[in-house]
Write a protein that binds this ligand. Sequence first.
Ligand SMILES: NC(=O)c1ccc[n+]([C@@H]2O[C@H](COP(=O)([O-])OP(=O)(O)OC[C@H]3O[C@@H](n4cnc5c(N)ncnc54)[C@H](OP(=O)(O)O)[C@@H]3O)[C@@H](O)[C@H]2O)c1
Length: 267
Amino acid sequence: MNRPERILVTGCSAGLGHALCRELLSRGCRVAGLSRRSDLCADLVSEFPGRFHAIAVDVTADAALQTAVALAVQQLGGLDGVVANAGIGIPATVDSMRMEDVRSIMATNVEGAIHTLLLALPHVRQSNAPVLAAVTSLAGWRAGPGAAPYCASKAALSAFLDSLRAELAHEGITVLDIAPGFVRTPMTARNTFHMPFLMESDVAARLMADAVLARRSHLAFPGPMAAVVWLAKRLPDWLFDLLARRVAKKLRRAGSLGVAKAASARQ
Ligand SMILES: NC(=O)c1ccc[n+]([C@@H]2O[C@H](COP(=O)([O-])OP(=O)(O)OC[C@H]3O[C@@H](n4cnc5c(N)ncnc54)[C@H](OP(=O)(O)O)[C@@H]3O)[C@@H](O)[C@H]2O)c1
């Protein structure tokens, strides 16, 4: 099977996106990285001269994103793959939730990711190793308490990818859903609760690069966390609801829901 060589990654200035760019570059790929703070990619620009292109853009700004994708295609000389990784996770319980935050989450995690994939599609169609990938989350498989808008955004993106995969299969275009559990990045650094099976971002990036380059259709990690959520997804609804209620009660008794602490600290 052909291997994608020219790849666009959004959300490259920090966390998983930055680690993924580094991993793909170290495996010989050429990469265009999109983020608002593109100056944070100076290390990749100097370590991989001519093979990494940092482009400043906000994925929620339609016209700017269109220009940025066109520039990335021009700089890479075409496009084999895209990883819509840019995402935000604003902490929110039902009492701390603000509509402006809900809209930002949906605009970035759902609309920004979908727009990135749609803009990349015509270019990826010209490739002999086409792959469209997006970073969703295990939180989209079964939603727990404390991050309802985030969980909803990731479930929506996964559903979008499922439809796309079915529609594009006859063209030989791979559609990859990358669903991480907890990974150590700036996004999770603010969490005050215990994060089971927390994975380092370079380890996660290796798994993600493997899946992109092998053009797999699904990736979920860390394995034990994916297994737990896979099981939770298959529980009868009444049993899942009972267990989720208990988790919420326990977190509330401990002072607040874990992420709600971060939300009140922000206000
Ligand atoms: N870390 C985890 O445990 C975990 C688990 C499951 C899923 N995920 C998903 O993995 C992806 C990466 O998460 P992370 O943990 O690496 O987060 P992070 O450390 O906060 O990094 C997020 C990246 O997204 C970019 N970004 C955010 N909003 C953007 C916008 N409007 N336009 C362009 N770029 C934007 C940021 O760049 P700028 O701020 O410079 O624009 C940054 O490079 C996200 O989709 C997240 O939901 C993470």
